[in-house]
Design a protein around this ligand. Sequence first.
Ligand code: ADP
Ligand code: UDP
Length: 237
Amino acid sequence: MKKTGELYAGKAKTVHTTEDPDLLVLEFRDDTSAFDGERVEQLARKGRVNNQFNGYVMEKLQAAGVATHFVKQLSPNESLVRNLQMIPVECVVRNRAAGSLCRRLGIAEGQELTPPVFEFFLKNDALHDPMINDSHIATFGWASEHEVQQMKDLTLQVNSVLQALFANGGMILVDYKLEFGRFKDKIVLGDEFSPDGCRLWDAQTLEKMDKDRFRQNLGNVIESYENVGQRIGIQFE
Ligand code: ADP
Ligand code: UDP
């Protein structure tokens, strides 16, 4: 599928139009950002690793009945996806306490969360992605009540599929962020699932294997992403 123009250059991916208005090319770049884009670095191989990681996970989710935007991988760092009308909220599920939950509520990192916590955040870097709830989404018209319910149901369905996938690789899925969009009036999972947007800990040692390695300057960031991928069965090109 030929790229016909650049639609949007985000912090980590560039979105290209194609000859088919229903399809886009997502190009995964090596740019790595943290703290709402305040810190940006290039990490060699990151684009390739996250593109292949995302394709593998999206196919697993598709097989489990979750509608996703993923069509196929086009090259090591590019994928063909359905063109979604993105909903500007981030859906986060947490199985263990980490990150902003600990900072906000004073909960100790690692505490098991039963049932898992579900949170919405507004996708807005300038405002530092503030936490929002169903009422804000309804009042400001970011999504309908039915869409809110679908996003919650789908995000929790993803949890059961991916907790098992990572547990089989000896890892704990601590938390993750998903983004959804509309495709012909249907709610579809978009964006990416990669170690950039989730937390994964080694089940034995609790070593961090995700983007916290970048945020906390722990080193071996991409080596760790590759290790996670290999443990769940990905053979990187
Ligand atoms: P950010 O916008 O947070 O800087 P990225 O660099 O990952 O993020 O940019 C990718 C952009 O593409 C995001 O804004 C995301 O919402 C959007 N996007 C992801 N998947 C799709 C899709 N299938 N259709 C349309 N837009 C998408
Ligand atoms: N996350 C993300 N993009 C964001 C905000 C969060 O991918 O803009 C992911 C993050 O990697 C983690 C989960 O969502 O896996 C929960 O993040 P948290 O609210 O703890 O924020 P953080 O501590 O990362 O700022």
